[in-house]
Write a protein that binds this ligand. Sequence first.
Ligand SMILES: NC(=O)c1ccc[n+]([C@@H]2O[C@H](COP(=O)([O-])OP(=O)(O)OC[C@H]3O[C@@H](n4cnc5c(N)ncnc54)[C@H](OP(=O)(O)O)[C@@H]3O)[C@@H](O)[C@H]2O)c1
Length: 423
Amino acid sequence: MASKSFARTLRAASKQKVPSGTFQRSFSSALAARPAVAAQPKAALAAPVQQQSRGIKTIDFAGTKETVYEREDWPREKLHEYFKNDTLALIGYGSQGHGQGLNLRDNGLNVIVGVRKNGASWKEAEQDGWIPGKNLFEVDEAISKGSIIMNLLSDAAQSETWPAIKPQLTKGKTLYFSHGFSPVFKNLTKVDVPTDIDVILVAPKGSGRTVRSLFREGRGINSSVAVFQDVTGKAEEKAVALGVAVGSGYLYKTTFEKEVFSDLYGERGCLMGGIHGMFLAQYEVLRERGHSPSEAFNETVEEATQSLYPLIGANGMDWMYAACSTTARRGAIDWSSKFKDTLKPVFNELYDSVKDGSETQRSLDYNSQPNYRELYEKEMQEIRDLEIWRAGKAVRYVILHASIVTRTMLTLPTAPSAPRTTK
Ligand SMILES: NC(=O)c1ccc[n+]([C@@H]2O[C@H](COP(=O)([O-])OP(=O)(O)OC[C@H]3O[C@@H](n4cnc5c(N)ncnc54)[C@H](OP(=O)(O)O)[C@@H]3O)[C@@H](O)[C@H]2O)c1
């Protein structure tokens, strides 16, 4: 379906991106800087900022007013002053621990890491320059030294280790999470937080690797920010400051419950599970109806991820529609309502499964198994072995190694090696 103008459109859109190494635009100026396209309804860009004080804004999101915090209000010097008496003890050094920990360190804050000695994370932390005995400790020691305890263990591990961690969370400390999972589902996780400490959340809307890479580019990730328990009267301010310190650009105010419900729902739906299911269904039908792997892959994944989805991300669904042919537009608009009506009951079933704790229980049970890493690896291998993703590797390979394109590729590659050619 691809219109030849997509590449041009995408290039034009990407030129509008924030130059790397800078992060100077305010939220409103970022909105105003969106590319003007004839088909873009002007009303959608009408100034949404209703009221603002420096760094805090009430934004009208399509008729609903919400609070957004900006990192503009927390320059590095102010962060240093704010946390001058604190030791940030970051427990766990997986995806988020790595990203948030390095950002805190680069921001010049007093941060230490607590992980199991000689586990995979300990080694990774050492490789990242954390020094045993100086700013790298075992979990208990880190907690004892910390005033703000940032629990970035995996969610299953938070539950598993809680009986040991809870008694160390004494009055005056602050407990920080990056997911509402543990305290919200406390009947399942058993994470019942002490009643005399602040409990806060900053949940980056992206992987820890992205938290780090955006920070290094001088940009910031969007994060949710919430307060579960405010004992000092300063919990929200502390959460926002920490959110900026770990690398957030904008912080959207929510509750622990809303964060965990939307997060579990979203990742099982459009973000990961739903989109994978839809890719597979479309690909399989194309293959069953006689299309080649490359055609099925290009028409299902490649064009989506390389051309159309970035357009939606940059400027919205209407903008993407407007950039396509009238043939494509007519069919897409007609079929979108059929897909919506068919899928909505599935999304409701999913939301119920999140809300009643079924998803939490499943996650705790599965991820607490001693061999969970191997079990996941087996499933990843099964996904890697699916024809669609092997075809995808060949397509990527063709793009990356254009000189090989002239040779006929009849055999699909076996992941993860490069595709085999028959000549
Ligand atoms: N990943 C994301 O994209 C993302 C995004 C937003 C929020 N979050 C949230 O951030 C938090 C951390 O997630 P993550 O993805 O960074 O976790 P992760 O990568 O799975 O990290 C796991 C960490 O937990 C440690 N760990 C596992 N089992 C343990 C045990 N029994 N005792 C002690 N340590 C144990 C691991 O240490 P070893 O190496 O020693 O096993 C590792 O340091 C979670 O609440 C998650 O929901 C994650």
